[in-house]
Structure formats: structure tokens, C-alpha cells
Design a protein around this ligand. Structure first.
Ligand SMILES: [Fe+2]
Ligand SMILES: [Fe+2]
Length: 213
């Protein structure tokens, strides 16, 4: 991990190896799908969200994993709040820059690590246990590649803002804050779609098979 542009020490490059996968715009595409395809809802119909926490196979690791998802959502909320205060003219720009740099660096690093452990450790085990949902775990892996591209864009927009703040330019800083705000809103939509669908594949599989990781 390294800072980009040399201007934003807290902002990290997601540094995703390889090339982004292109996927057809379809019901499987993170940017366009409205939920899991019908065939991949087979277990979540049996284990709906409202029974998860009371099920005997809902363990501490599962709770921790869901809390990570909540943390990602909260980090995005905080980042949106920071850029909003700048756009409203209610905050000192360098303070916003420092907090935005720190929060974005943390979000990018944590998300990258989270995706890696899911792809390498959790998804292969779950796909073997539940072959009916194997295509779903491949879908989630593809989502991670798509999200990597959005993380790069988010890092770029954040660094544009930080550079304008460091340069002390008010109008460019406002423009960059507006662009970052739009980028955050788009990213939030993609991430939310991914997290919901992932939870609806992973948790029912865990409840059904009670794997030991
Ligand atoms: Fe994921
Ligand atoms: Fe996840």
C-alpha cells in the first residue's frame, strides 16, 4: 500500500493486481442487478434474514463478519458527512482533508483485506459445502473485481480533493468535494448491493451446514 500523488499520506492505493474483469450487463452485473437471481435464492428462502440471529448455528464469527459489513457502511456515511460539511461551508478544509484521508485509507485497506480473505478462504469452503450456490460465490468474487475498479476511482477522487485543499484553492476544493460526493454515492450503491447479496448467500449456507473455519 502506498500513497498516491505524494499529496495524501493517509490515502491508499487499493493496489489490485491483475486486470479488471469485464462482465456483461445482465442480472449478474453488480451495476445493474436488483438482487440475487432466482436460482441463487434457494437457501435464503429457507433461512430468511429475520431468523438469522436466533438460529443455533449463528456463531461469534458470523456475527463479527456481519459487523464488518456494518462498519463499511458506517465509514461511507462518515465520509459523505465530511464532504457535505465542506460543501456547506461549515468546516475548516484542512481538518476535513485530514479526516477524509484517514477514513478513506482505512476503508480501502480494510475492504481490500476483507475481499481477499473471502475469495481465498471463505468462498471456496462454502461453495464446496453448498454446490447449488457455487455460481453465487463466483458472482461475489466477480463483484470484488468490479468493486476494486470503483475503489481506485474513489482513491483518485479523494486525492483530487486533498490536492486542492493542500494547494489552498477554495473553488477547486468545492468542485472536487462535489465530485467526491457523487463518487461516494455511486460506490455506496454498488457496495450495498454486494453486501446484501453476499449476506443472503453466506449466512444461509453457514446456518444450513455449520462449517468450521
Ligand atoms: Fe464481499
Ligand atoms: Fe463481505
Amino acid at each position: 500500500m502506498r500513497a498516491r500523488l505524494g499529496l495524501a499520506p493517509g490515502v491508499m492505493d487499493p493496489h489490485v493486481p491483475g486486470v479488471m474483469r469485464e462482465s456483461p450487463r445482465s442480472q449478474n452485473d453488480l451495476a445493474t442487478r436488483a438482487g440475487l437471481p432466482e436460482a441463487l435464492q434457494v437457501l435464503v428462502r429457507q433461512y430468511p434474514r429475520d431468523i438469522w440471529q436466533s438460529h443455533r448455528n449463528f456463531d461469534a464469527l458470523t456475527r463479527f463478519w456481519l459487523e464488518r459489513h456494518l462498519m463499511f457502511r458506517q465509514l461511507l456515511d462518515r465520509l459523505r458527512g465530511e464532504t457535505e460539511t465542506l460543501l456547506d461551508g461549515n468546516a475548516e478544509a484542512r481538518g476535513v482533508g485530514a479526516r477524509t484521508s484517514r477514513l478513506t485509507g482505512f476503508l480501502l485497506g480494510e475492504l481490500h483485506g476483507h475481499h481477499q480473505i473471502e475469495d481465498v478462504h471463505y468462498f471456496p469452503v462454502l461453495a464446496r459445502l453448498e454446490p447449488r450456490l457455487a455460481a453465487g460465490f463466483e458472482l461475489l468474487d466477480s463483484d470484488h473485481h468490479a468493486l476494486d475498479g470503483h475503489l481506485h476511482d474513489l482513491a483518485d477522487s479523494t486525492n483530487d480533493l486533498l490536492r486542492a485543499i493542500v494547494d489552498g484553492q477554495q473553488a477547486p476544493a468545492r468542485d472536487a468535494a462535489g465530485a467526491l460526493q457523487a463518487r461516494l454515492a455511486g460506490f455506496e450503491g454498488f457496495l450495498d448491493r454486494h453486501l446484501i447479496d453476499e449476506e443472503e448467500l453466506v449466512i444461509p449456507t453457514i446456518l444450513h451446514h455449520a462449517p468450521r473455519f
